[in-house]
Design a protein. Sequence first.
Length: 441
Amino acid sequence: MDKDQKEFHRSRRKEFSRLIGKDSIAIIFGSTHQSKSYDGDFDFKQYKNFYYLTGFTEPNAALVMAPSGMQLKIEEKQRKANEVLYVQKKDSLMETWTGRRLGYNKVKQELGIEEGKINFDIKTALGSKFLATYRKLYVNLSELIKLNGEMNELVTQFLNNLNIISANVEVIDASFLLGKMRSVKVPYEIKMIKKACDISAESYNQTLKMIRPGLNEYQVQSSLEFNYKFNGSRENAYYPIVAGGENACILHYDSNDQVLKNGDLLLVDSGAEYNYYCSDITRTFPVNGKFTKEQKIIYDIVLKANKECIKKIRPGVRYTELKDLSDRVLADGLFKAGLLKNKKDIKTYSLHGVGHHIGLDTHDAVTSGKTLSEDNDKLKPGNVLTIEPGLYFPFNTKGIPVKFQGMGVRIEDDVLVTRNGNENLTGAVPKETADIEKAMQ
């Protein structure tokens, strides 16, 4: 872990400690391996909130934080600490099979966390007697109940202890507070998201050149994924949607196994991940490199909605305003094209929202919306969001001419809210019809 990343995670722990306040303790569990089949596991992925605070990517770990301090036995001595990371013990045999482990004694040096201990030592911190010395306990409840293996053994008694201490200790899910922190990205995070977007843009531009009738959807997917990895991304931000023709009308289509047909459109919704941070791009291309008249009509309506919404983004604007603007532009465009008689019916063809926050998760787990006491619908500098209007016309859509049926169009960009406006992070991928056709030639 380099100096910038170490400082980023340290700053997140410092801010989280400030928010939970004195007389509080937080226990944030990392992820464990998830079984795939028989003796095989899915690729390991760290819980995002745990990663946000630590940057640690090994399984079977937990972070304990106490702003007022906690007395712990560390290397046979009683010591006061504010943060302790519990990790797997070093094991030469297991490391031969599954890879090197950091070990507790390198936690401070490598991660910048105050103290490190073996994960089985967390039993003391999970005990009712220890927890009862605090008034508030923050824990990632929804994630700890999914823990497997050795961590499952450790948390079973902890869950029972929560009932014992509940009359004296307020138990709070940490996800909400961490979500509020994650909604506004700091410079390090913006740098990571920009890198993910740059990798995705390069991959789209390389893949765009090879799209043609007769290819299979999965071949387009394979080009994207090859270029992601070749350019520094370890994996997809999410499973790609590569949808030719009417398949684009299935919003989360992921079969990606059909042959691309001459005259159809191809909707590609994919993004690379970089250091756990996500990108999310959608473009719609003509399979043969040339938009038909009808395809261009629909495409230009969606493109106008995309551009108008991005143009409007600045601090203080409500996300819900962007959705209303998108629907209005789409409805006006279809009405002028003679495809919509009543503008209120636009939701029949637009189907989904205008976008979402993006960060450690593609649909970022951040606080949003408006309640009686809080307004998280207004955009703030440091928010990163997607803008993705779309129109969808499956075959046999009532009232829509046959030439417009069997197509879906979505155009999506990732946008950073800046102090004075916004920055489109994915503008390097062409989206004007003339630019797309030129690139595909």
